[in-house]
Design a protein around this ligand. Structure first.
Ligand code: NIG
Ligand code: FE
Length: 394
Protein backbone atom coordinates (compact mmCIF):
# COMPACT_ATOMS: atom_id res chain seq x y z
CA UNK A 1 0.00 0.00 0.00
CA UNK A 2 1.28 3.51 -0.88
CA UNK A 3 0.34 6.40 1.34
CA UNK A 4 0.70 10.14 0.74
CA UNK A 5 -0.03 12.80 3.35
CA UNK A 6 -0.85 16.33 2.26
CA UNK A 7 0.04 18.42 5.23
CA UNK A 8 -0.18 22.07 6.32
CA UNK A 9 -3.38 22.71 4.36
CA UNK A 10 -4.67 26.17 5.28
CA UNK A 11 -8.20 25.38 4.08
CA UNK A 12 -9.40 21.98 2.86
CA UNK A 13 -12.59 21.81 0.78
CA UNK A 14 -14.11 18.34 1.09
CA UNK A 15 -17.75 18.94 -0.01
CA UNK A 16 -18.53 16.57 2.89
CA UNK A 17 -22.14 17.11 4.02
CA UNK A 18 -21.19 17.55 7.68
CA UNK A 19 -17.81 19.25 7.28
CA UNK A 20 -17.55 20.82 3.83
CA UNK A 21 -14.48 22.86 4.83
CA UNK A 22 -11.71 22.19 7.37
CA UNK A 23 -9.08 24.73 8.46
CA UNK A 24 -5.47 23.82 9.40
CA UNK A 25 -6.00 20.41 7.87
CA UNK A 26 -4.21 17.36 6.49
CA UNK A 27 -5.42 14.70 4.05
CA UNK A 28 -4.22 11.12 3.66
CA UNK A 29 -4.29 9.25 0.35
CA UNK A 30 -4.02 5.46 0.27
CA UNK A 31 -3.52 3.81 -3.10
CA UNK A 32 -5.01 6.75 -4.94
CA UNK A 33 -8.09 7.11 -2.74
CA UNK A 34 -8.88 9.60 0.06
CA UNK A 35 -8.47 7.58 3.28
CA UNK A 36 -8.60 10.24 6.01
CA UNK A 37 -8.69 13.98 6.61
CA UNK A 38 -8.91 16.15 9.68
CA UNK A 39 -6.91 18.58 11.79
CA UNK A 40 -3.24 18.61 10.80
CA UNK A 41 -2.30 18.14 14.46
CA UNK A 42 -3.75 14.61 14.45
CA UNK A 43 -2.48 13.52 11.03
CA UNK A 44 -1.19 9.96 10.64
CA UNK A 45 2.24 9.29 9.13
CA UNK A 46 2.68 8.26 5.50
CA UNK A 47 5.32 7.12 2.98
CA UNK A 48 5.40 10.54 1.30
CA UNK A 49 4.53 13.98 2.60
CA UNK A 50 3.46 16.92 0.44
CA UNK A 51 3.62 20.34 2.07
CA UNK A 52 0.65 22.48 1.04
CA UNK A 53 2.44 25.45 2.69
CA UNK A 54 -0.79 26.85 4.13
CA UNK A 55 -2.53 26.81 0.74
CA UNK A 56 -6.08 25.81 0.00
CA UNK A 57 -6.78 22.27 -1.26
CA UNK A 58 -9.83 21.75 -3.47
CA UNK A 59 -11.27 18.75 -5.35
CA UNK A 60 -9.89 18.58 -8.90
CA UNK A 61 -12.09 20.40 -11.41
CA UNK A 62 -14.50 18.21 -13.39
CA UNK A 63 -14.84 19.80 -16.83
CA UNK A 64 -17.92 18.07 -18.18
CA UNK A 65 -18.01 19.74 -21.63
CA UNK A 66 -15.17 20.05 -24.15
CA UNK A 67 -14.49 19.65 -27.85
CA UNK A 68 -10.69 19.26 -27.93
CA UNK A 69 -10.37 16.93 -30.96
CA UNK A 70 -10.00 19.42 -33.80
CA UNK A 71 -7.48 21.14 -36.08
CA UNK A 72 -6.87 24.82 -36.75
CA UNK A 73 -8.11 27.88 -34.91
CA UNK A 74 -10.69 30.58 -35.62
CA UNK A 75 -9.04 33.59 -34.05
CA UNK A 76 -10.21 35.71 -36.99
CA UNK A 77 -13.86 34.99 -36.09
CA UNK A 78 -13.17 35.94 -32.47
CA UNK A 79 -11.56 39.18 -33.60
CA UNK A 80 -14.55 39.97 -35.83
CA UNK A 81 -16.97 39.27 -32.96
CA UNK A 82 -15.08 41.63 -30.69
CA UNK A 83 -15.61 44.22 -33.41
CA UNK A 84 -19.36 43.62 -33.41
CA UNK A 85 -20.09 40.53 -35.53
CA UNK A 86 -22.33 37.87 -33.99
CA UNK A 87 -21.54 34.19 -33.41
CA UNK A 88 -22.77 31.75 -36.03
CA UNK A 89 -23.00 27.99 -35.64
CA UNK A 90 -21.90 27.69 -39.29
CA UNK A 91 -18.28 28.37 -38.26
CA UNK A 92 -18.21 24.75 -37.09
CA UNK A 93 -17.93 23.66 -40.75
CA UNK A 94 -14.60 25.49 -41.08
CA UNK A 95 -13.15 23.43 -38.27
CA UNK A 96 -14.68 20.29 -39.79
CA UNK A 97 -12.73 20.91 -43.02
CA UNK A 98 -9.43 21.35 -41.23
CA UNK A 99 -10.06 18.41 -38.90
CA UNK A 100 -10.72 16.06 -41.81
CA UNK A 101 -7.42 17.14 -43.43
CA UNK A 102 -5.35 16.59 -40.26
CA UNK A 103 -3.51 13.39 -39.42
CA UNK A 104 -4.32 11.31 -36.34
CA UNK A 105 -0.97 12.42 -34.88
CA UNK A 106 -1.80 16.10 -35.33
CA UNK A 107 -5.24 15.72 -33.76
CA UNK A 108 -3.89 13.74 -30.83
CA UNK A 109 -1.06 16.22 -30.27
CA UNK A 110 -3.51 19.14 -30.06
CA UNK A 111 -5.96 17.28 -27.82
CA UNK A 112 -3.16 16.11 -25.53
CA UNK A 113 -1.74 19.60 -25.24
CA UNK A 114 -5.15 21.01 -24.31
CA UNK A 115 -5.82 18.26 -21.78
CA UNK A 116 -2.38 18.86 -20.24
CA UNK A 117 -3.08 22.61 -20.22
CA UNK A 118 -6.34 21.93 -18.35
CA UNK A 119 -4.58 19.60 -15.94
CA UNK A 120 -2.04 22.28 -15.08
CA UNK A 121 -5.00 24.48 -14.07
CA UNK A 122 -6.50 21.85 -11.79
CA UNK A 123 -8.77 19.84 -14.08
CA UNK A 124 -8.58 16.13 -13.25
CA UNK A 125 -11.56 14.86 -15.28
CA UNK A 126 -12.52 16.11 -18.72
CA UNK A 127 -15.34 15.05 -20.97
CA UNK A 128 -14.39 15.15 -24.66
CA UNK A 129 -16.83 15.26 -27.59
CA UNK A 130 -16.41 14.36 -31.24
CA UNK A 131 -18.25 16.58 -33.70
CA UNK A 132 -15.65 18.02 -36.07
CA UNK A 133 -15.43 14.92 -38.28
CA UNK A 134 -19.03 14.39 -39.41
CA UNK A 135 -18.27 11.38 -41.63
CA UNK A 136 -18.32 7.85 -40.28
CA UNK A 137 -14.53 7.53 -40.55
CA UNK A 138 -13.79 11.00 -39.12
CA UNK A 139 -16.21 10.70 -36.20
CA UNK A 140 -14.87 7.23 -35.42
CA UNK A 141 -11.29 8.43 -35.27
CA UNK A 142 -12.36 11.42 -33.14
CA UNK A 143 -14.00 9.23 -30.50
CA UNK A 144 -11.11 6.76 -30.62
CA UNK A 145 -8.57 9.55 -30.07
CA UNK A 146 -10.71 11.03 -27.29
CA UNK A 147 -10.87 7.62 -25.61
CA UNK A 148 -7.08 7.62 -25.27
CA UNK A 149 -7.41 10.72 -23.07
CA UNK A 150 -10.61 10.21 -21.06
CA UNK A 151 -13.30 7.69 -20.17
CA UNK A 152 -15.94 10.42 -20.65
CA UNK A 153 -16.25 10.33 -24.42
CA UNK A 154 -19.29 11.82 -26.16
CA UNK A 155 -20.52 11.15 -29.70
CA UNK A 156 -21.57 14.47 -31.27
CA UNK A 157 -22.13 13.45 -34.89
CA UNK A 158 -25.16 15.78 -34.60
CA UNK A 159 -23.08 18.96 -34.28
CA UNK A 160 -24.28 20.47 -37.60
CA UNK A 161 -25.35 19.04 -40.95
CA UNK A 162 -22.02 19.10 -42.82
CA UNK A 163 -23.02 18.98 -46.48
CA UNK A 164 -25.58 17.22 -48.65
CA UNK A 165 -29.04 16.08 -47.73
CA UNK A 166 -30.29 16.76 -44.24
CA UNK A 167 -32.46 13.66 -43.83
CA UNK A 168 -29.73 11.44 -45.22
CA UNK A 169 -27.25 12.88 -42.73
CA UNK A 170 -29.61 12.29 -39.80
CA UNK A 171 -30.11 8.70 -41.03
CA UNK A 172 -26.32 8.31 -41.05
CA UNK A 173 -25.91 9.78 -37.54
CA UNK A 174 -28.62 7.51 -36.11
CA UNK A 175 -27.43 4.49 -38.12
CA UNK A 176 -23.98 3.63 -39.40
CA UNK A 177 -22.13 6.46 -37.64
CA UNK A 178 -23.72 5.71 -34.27
CA UNK A 179 -23.02 1.98 -34.67
CA UNK A 180 -19.35 2.72 -35.37
CA UNK A 181 -18.87 5.25 -32.58
CA UNK A 182 -21.04 3.92 -29.73
CA UNK A 183 -18.57 1.22 -28.57
CA UNK A 184 -16.02 3.98 -27.81
CA UNK A 185 -18.43 6.35 -26.05
CA UNK A 186 -20.37 6.77 -22.85
CA UNK A 187 -22.55 9.64 -24.08
CA UNK A 188 -24.48 11.00 -27.06
CA UNK A 189 -25.00 14.75 -27.52
CA UNK A 190 -26.83 16.92 -30.04
CA UNK A 191 -26.59 20.64 -30.83
CA UNK A 192 -30.30 21.54 -30.58
CA UNK A 193 -30.32 25.13 -31.82
CA UNK A 194 -31.29 27.27 -34.83
CA UNK A 195 -28.68 26.54 -37.53
CA UNK A 196 -28.04 23.05 -36.16
CA UNK A 197 -30.78 20.49 -35.27
CA UNK A 198 -34.48 20.99 -34.50
CA UNK A 199 -36.14 19.61 -31.39
CA UNK A 200 -37.75 16.77 -33.37
CA UNK A 201 -34.48 15.85 -35.06
CA UNK A 202 -32.69 16.04 -31.72
CA UNK A 203 -35.23 13.70 -30.16
CA UNK A 204 -34.70 11.11 -32.91
CA UNK A 205 -30.94 11.32 -32.58
CA UNK A 206 -30.88 11.10 -28.79
CA UNK A 207 -33.38 8.25 -28.71
CA UNK A 208 -31.20 6.30 -31.15
CA UNK A 209 -28.19 6.80 -28.86
CA UNK A 210 -30.14 5.88 -25.74
CA UNK A 211 -31.31 2.68 -27.47
CA UNK A 212 -27.61 1.87 -28.00
CA UNK A 213 -26.94 2.25 -24.27
CA UNK A 214 -25.48 5.78 -24.33
CA UNK A 215 -26.40 8.47 -21.80
CA UNK A 216 -27.92 11.66 -23.23
CA UNK A 217 -26.52 15.20 -23.08
CA UNK A 218 -27.89 18.18 -25.00
CA UNK A 219 -26.56 21.54 -26.20
CA UNK A 220 -29.53 23.93 -25.91
CA UNK A 221 -30.42 27.53 -25.14
CA UNK A 222 -27.14 28.98 -26.43
CA UNK A 223 -28.42 31.42 -29.02
CA UNK A 224 -32.09 31.68 -28.06
CA UNK A 225 -34.97 29.96 -26.25
CA UNK A 226 -35.76 26.48 -27.47
CA UNK A 227 -37.66 23.42 -26.40
CA UNK A 228 -34.34 21.58 -26.30
CA UNK A 229 -34.14 22.10 -22.54
CA UNK A 230 -37.53 20.41 -22.01
CA UNK A 231 -36.48 17.63 -24.36
CA UNK A 232 -33.36 17.00 -22.27
CA UNK A 233 -35.43 16.80 -19.09
CA UNK A 234 -38.03 14.60 -20.73
CA UNK A 235 -35.41 12.14 -21.98
CA UNK A 236 -33.64 12.06 -18.60
CA UNK A 237 -30.44 13.58 -20.02
CA UNK A 238 -27.59 13.84 -17.52
CA UNK A 239 -27.05 17.45 -18.52
CA UNK A 240 -28.29 20.26 -20.72
CA UNK A 241 -25.51 22.60 -21.59
CA UNK A 242 -25.38 26.37 -22.30
CA UNK A 243 -28.79 27.33 -20.75
CA UNK A 244 -28.10 30.97 -21.54
CA UNK A 245 -31.70 31.49 -22.67
CA UNK A 246 -34.27 29.82 -20.40
CA UNK A 247 -38.01 30.37 -19.94
CA UNK A 248 -39.55 30.15 -16.46
CA UNK A 249 -40.98 26.79 -17.52
CA UNK A 250 -37.48 25.55 -18.45
CA UNK A 251 -36.11 26.57 -15.06
CA UNK A 252 -39.01 24.85 -13.30
CA UNK A 253 -38.54 21.69 -15.37
CA UNK A 254 -34.80 21.62 -14.58
CA UNK A 255 -35.44 22.18 -10.88
CA UNK A 256 -37.85 19.26 -10.79
CA UNK A 257 -35.44 16.88 -12.54
CA UNK A 258 -32.02 15.37 -12.09
CA UNK A 259 -30.82 16.89 -15.35
CA UNK A 260 -27.95 19.23 -14.52
CA UNK A 261 -27.91 22.73 -16.01
CA UNK A 262 -24.33 23.14 -17.23
CA UNK A 263 -23.30 26.75 -17.80
CA UNK A 264 -20.44 27.56 -20.17
CA UNK A 265 -19.49 31.19 -19.54
CA UNK A 266 -16.37 30.96 -21.73
CA UNK A 267 -18.86 31.10 -24.61
CA UNK A 268 -20.53 34.26 -23.37
CA UNK A 269 -17.13 35.86 -22.86
CA UNK A 270 -16.01 34.91 -26.35
CA UNK A 271 -19.25 35.71 -28.19
CA UNK A 272 -20.41 38.77 -26.21
CA UNK A 273 -23.72 37.10 -25.42
CA UNK A 274 -25.53 37.79 -22.13
CA UNK A 275 -24.21 35.79 -19.17
CA UNK A 276 -26.28 32.78 -18.09
CA UNK A 277 -28.22 33.44 -14.89
CA UNK A 278 -26.89 30.91 -12.41
CA UNK A 279 -28.67 32.60 -9.50
CA UNK A 280 -32.09 32.06 -11.05
CA UNK A 281 -31.36 28.34 -11.49
CA UNK A 282 -29.92 27.91 -8.00
CA UNK A 283 -32.79 29.78 -6.36
CA UNK A 284 -35.26 27.52 -8.17
CA UNK A 285 -33.44 24.44 -6.86
CA UNK A 286 -31.72 23.25 -10.06
CA UNK A 287 -28.30 21.57 -9.97
CA UNK A 288 -25.77 23.77 -11.74
CA UNK A 289 -22.39 22.82 -13.23
CA UNK A 290 -19.72 25.01 -14.80
CA UNK A 291 -17.61 23.77 -17.72
CA UNK A 292 -15.14 25.25 -20.20
CA UNK A 293 -16.71 24.13 -23.53
CA UNK A 294 -13.14 24.31 -24.86
CA UNK A 295 -13.46 24.51 -28.66
CA UNK A 296 -11.87 26.65 -31.38
CA UNK A 297 -15.07 28.55 -32.24
CA UNK A 298 -17.03 29.76 -29.25
CA UNK A 299 -14.72 29.27 -26.23
CA UNK A 300 -11.04 28.54 -26.76
CA UNK A 301 -10.02 28.16 -23.14
CA UNK A 302 -9.32 25.19 -20.87
CA UNK A 303 -9.35 27.27 -17.69
CA UNK A 304 -11.84 26.18 -15.04
CA UNK A 305 -10.55 28.86 -12.60
CA UNK A 306 -11.61 31.40 -15.24
CA UNK A 307 -15.13 29.87 -15.32
CA UNK A 308 -15.28 30.26 -11.54
CA UNK A 309 -14.24 33.89 -11.87
CA UNK A 310 -16.92 34.61 -14.51
CA UNK A 311 -19.58 32.85 -12.41
CA UNK A 312 -18.76 34.88 -9.32
CA UNK A 313 -18.32 38.19 -11.09
CA UNK A 314 -21.24 38.06 -13.51
CA UNK A 315 -23.57 35.13 -12.92
CA UNK A 316 -24.69 35.62 -9.33
CA UNK A 317 -22.82 32.71 -7.77
CA UNK A 318 -20.96 32.88 -4.48
CA UNK A 319 -17.35 31.62 -4.61
CA UNK A 320 -18.45 28.48 -2.72
CA UNK A 321 -21.28 27.81 -5.19
CA UNK A 322 -18.98 28.33 -8.17
CA UNK A 323 -16.38 25.98 -6.72
CA UNK A 324 -19.07 23.35 -6.07
CA UNK A 325 -20.47 23.74 -9.61
CA UNK A 326 -17.02 23.32 -11.21
CA UNK A 327 -16.21 20.19 -9.18
CA UNK A 328 -19.21 18.33 -7.69
CA UNK A 329 -21.57 19.90 -10.25
CA UNK A 330 -19.43 18.62 -13.13
CA UNK A 331 -19.38 15.18 -11.50
CA UNK A 332 -23.20 15.24 -11.27
CA UNK A 333 -23.36 16.22 -14.95
CA UNK A 334 -21.33 13.09 -15.69
CA UNK A 335 -23.32 11.00 -13.19
CA UNK A 336 -20.15 10.24 -11.23
CA UNK A 337 -19.94 10.03 -7.45
CA UNK A 338 -16.28 9.04 -7.13
CA UNK A 339 -14.97 12.47 -8.19
CA UNK A 340 -15.76 16.16 -7.61
CA UNK A 341 -15.44 15.87 -3.81
CA UNK A 342 -12.86 14.70 -1.26
CA UNK A 343 -14.96 12.61 1.08
CA UNK A 344 -13.30 9.45 2.37
CA UNK A 345 -13.43 6.89 -0.45
CA UNK A 346 -13.25 9.49 -3.25
CA UNK A 347 -10.62 9.30 -5.93
CA UNK A 348 -7.74 11.46 -4.72
CA UNK A 349 -8.09 14.05 -7.48
CA UNK A 350 -7.23 17.44 -6.07
CA UNK A 351 -5.49 20.75 -6.61
CA UNK A 352 -3.22 22.53 -4.15
CA UNK A 353 -3.57 26.28 -4.57
CA UNK A 354 -0.97 28.92 -4.07
CA UNK A 355 -3.62 30.88 -2.15
CA UNK A 356 -5.18 30.64 1.30
CA UNK A 357 -8.74 30.25 -0.02
CA UNK A 358 -10.68 29.22 -3.13
CA UNK A 359 -12.14 32.75 -3.10
CA UNK A 360 -8.83 33.74 -4.71
CA UNK A 361 -9.84 31.82 -7.88
CA UNK A 362 -12.21 34.71 -8.59
CA UNK A 363 -10.44 37.41 -6.59
CA UNK A 364 -7.18 36.89 -8.57
CA UNK A 365 -8.52 36.20 -12.07
CA UNK A 366 -6.06 35.03 -14.71
CA UNK A 367 -3.34 34.24 -12.17
CA UNK A 368 -1.94 30.66 -12.21
CA UNK A 369 -2.83 29.74 -8.63
CA UNK A 370 -2.70 25.95 -9.04
CA UNK A 371 0.62 24.84 -7.54
CA UNK A 372 0.20 21.05 -7.68
CA UNK A 373 -2.35 18.63 -9.02
CA UNK A 374 -2.88 15.09 -7.78
CA UNK A 375 -4.79 12.67 -9.98
CA UNK A 376 -5.65 9.40 -8.25
CA UNK A 377 -3.12 10.49 -5.65
CA UNK A 378 -0.34 10.82 -8.22
CA UNK A 379 1.50 14.07 -8.14
CA UNK A 380 1.65 16.06 -11.28
CA UNK A 381 3.80 19.05 -12.02
CA UNK A 382 2.47 21.70 -14.37
CA UNK A 383 5.99 22.17 -15.79
CA UNK A 384 5.91 18.63 -17.15
CA UNK A 385 2.73 19.20 -19.08
CA UNK A 386 4.25 18.51 -22.49
CA UNK A 387 4.67 14.82 -21.66
CA UNK A 388 1.67 12.89 -22.99
CA UNK A 389 1.40 10.60 -19.97
CA UNK A 390 0.92 13.66 -17.76
CA UNK A 391 -2.01 14.67 -19.91
CA UNK A 392 -3.97 11.51 -19.33
CA UNK A 393 -7.29 12.18 -17.62
CA UNK A 394 -9.64 9.39 -16.66
O1 NIG B 1 -20.60 24.30 -27.56
N1 NIG B 1 -22.57 24.84 -29.58
C1 NIG B 1 -22.03 24.01 -30.32
N2 NIG B 1 -20.76 23.69 -30.30
C2 NIG B 1 -19.77 24.50 -29.73
C3 NIG B 1 -19.28 25.52 -30.68
C4 NIG B 1 -18.46 24.92 -31.70
C5 NIG B 1 -17.82 25.85 -32.67
O2 NIG B 1 -18.18 27.03 -32.84
O3 NIG B 1 -16.88 25.33 -33.29
C6 NIG B 1 -20.27 25.08 -28.43
O4 NIG B 1 -20.31 26.31 -28.24
FE1 FE C 1 -20.17 22.62 -26.82
Amino acid sequence: MTTVLIDDIGLLVTHDHERPEVREAALLVEDGVVAWWGEAASAPSADTRIDAAGGCVIPGFVDSHSHVVFAGDRADEFEARMAGRSYEAGGIRRTVRLTREASDEQLLATATRLVAEARAQGTTTMEIKSGYGLTVADELRSVRLAATLTTEVTFLGAHVVPEGNRDEYIALVTGEMLDACAPHCRWIDVFCEAGAFTVDESRRILEAGIAKGLGARVHAGQLGHSDGVRLAVELGAASVDHCTFLSDGDVEALAGSDTVATLLPGVEFSTRQPWPDARRLLDAGATVALASDCNPGSSFTTSMPLMVAFAVRDMGMTPAEALWASTAGGAAALRRDDIGHLRVGARADLAILDAPSYVHLAYRPGVPLVRHVLASGRRDTPGLQQMPEYGKLV
